[in-house]
Design a protein around this ligand. Structure first.
Ligand SMILES: NC(=O)c1ccc[n+]([C@@H]2O[C@H](COP(=O)([O-])OP(=O)(O)OC[C@H]3O[C@@H](n4cnc5c(N)ncnc54)[C@H](O)[C@@H]3O)[C@@H](O)[C@H]2O)c1
Length: 375
């Protein structure tokens, strides 16, 4: 780490307890592994950092805090943790960090249709150029890498279940909504080619809906949103009839799978669906939240046109086939939908007074599209 970048990094992260310094263990040192987690202040990234620390790894996280929460990294008071406040588009900084690690978990991304639509070019740069910077740096320094992709790459394909080889069905490239899926699919191709053509070990985790504590309700993500509405006694707003189904996987099962994938040489060069194949309708989800919170809330149906504007396209089903992950890493998610709901309930009850209530009406329609249906 040069003084120039170290100083720059510290200046940008003065509010954070952990500051960036050189990693105590070089990549060719002892058995302890050093990991870089991009997007480490995000929902999944924060849980992954904690999982890796609990496993005895040394962890460096990088995040520009664009959608990440500073509190996520501030709360990690661990001697083996370092945080760099910066962007994955900062090539010299990324290269300095990657040069010190054995493996990179690449989770940083511009996530959300609102962001992708409002800041289309910058989002595309983050999701395409950012991934290329990570992959190239990992290749240069001999680090293995895991790239986080999304079930959104399947687009409108409602085949059930969706296996890793299932075709993609996307709308027009001119529809900005699809640029996130396009970028993530390109990331997958890049990761594959870095592995096959450039001899750099990579693995792709195609994540289905991930949920659990610390998922922000800011964009109305469906579980924190329903739980918040139920706890406040407001109607749970179900869009588009509620018969559309999704499969929710607890974030703790997901981060354990990510760690197992990067530890498995047999996984390199492949894509893995990671999700819990328990299909639930959005209406059932709403009813279950009401039951588990003992809420008097009712369910309010809102047509898609009203919720998202005319012409909204949704996927009716999205259920993962996780056979490959089961065979290679023994993936078998343990936590249920009820566990997810109860964890989110406990968190929201604890922070209820401090939470800013989110009015779904106040959230732009495009934001809500991301919120529930785009991972
Ligand atoms: N949550 C889900 O259900 C889900 C589903 C499918 C895929 N994913 C993927 O998982 C990853 C993590 O998603 P998440 O739900 O934790 O979202 P998140 O928004 O909480 O995390 C993304 C993090 O990346 C950071 N970031 C964005 N641009 C950056 C940049 N240029 N440099 C450094 N950091 C930057 C953000 O500040 C944020 O902390 C993403 O790649 C996302 O595409 C998530």
């Amino acid at each position: 780490m040069t003084q120039h970048h170290a100083a720059g990094t510290r200046r940008r992260s003065t509010s954070l307890r952990a500051s960036f310094t050189a990693a105590p263990n070089g990549k060719n040192g002892t058995a302890r592994t050093t990991s870089l987690v991009t997007g480490g202040a995000g929902f999944i990234g924060g849980h992954l950092v904690e999982h890796l620390l609990a496993q005895g790894h040394h962890v460096i996280a990088i995040d520009n805090l664009s959608t990440g929460n500073p509190a996520t990294v501030e709360r990690i008071d661990h001697p083996e943790f370092q945080f760099a406040h910066g962007s994955i588009l900062d090539e010299p900084l990324v290269d300095e960090l990657v040069s010190q690690v054995d493996q990179v978990f690449h989770l940083a991304a511009a996530v959300g249709v609102q962001l992708v639509i409002a800041e289309s070019f910058e989002s595309l740069r983050t999701n395409v150029r950012g991934t290329e910077i990570i992959l190239e740096s990992a290749r240069r320094h001999g680090a293995r890498s895991l790239i986080a992709s999304t079930s959104e790459v399947y687009g409108k394909n409602a085949a059930c279940p969706l296996s890793e080889t299932t075709d993609r069905i996307l709308g027009s490239p001119a529809v900005r909504r699809w640029s996130y899926a396009q970028a993530k699919a390109l990331d997958e191709t890049m990761a594959y080619l870095y592995h096959t053509d450039l001899n750099s070990p990579t693995v792709v985790a195609r994540l289905f809906n991930v949920a659990g504590p610390r998922q922000t309700g800011r964009y109305g993500m469906v579980i924190p949103r329903f739980v918040g509405q139920a706890l406040r006694g407001e109607p749970l707003t179900v869009f588009g009839g509620g018969q559309q189904t999704r499969s929710f996987c607890h974030v703790l099962d997901v981060v354990a799978a990510l760690a197992a994938l990067i530890d498995s040489p047999a996984a390199y060069g492949q894509v893995f669906n990671i999700g819990r194949p328990q299909e639930v309708s959005i209406r059932y989800l709403a009813e279950r939240v009401i039951t588990l919170t003992d809420s008097l809330s009712t369910i309010q149906d809102i047509p898609y046109d009203e919720a998202y504007g005319p012409g909204f396209e949704d996927t009716e089903r999205r259920v993962p086939d996780v056979t490959r992950a089961r065979e290679v890493i023994g993936f078998d998610p343990q936590l249920t939908l009820d566990d997810i709901i109860m964890n989110v309930v406990a968190e929201q009850r604890e922070h209820m007074l401090a939470l800013e209530p989110v009015s779904i009406e106040a959230v732009p329609a495009t934001d809500r599209v991301e919120a529930e249906y785009v991972g």
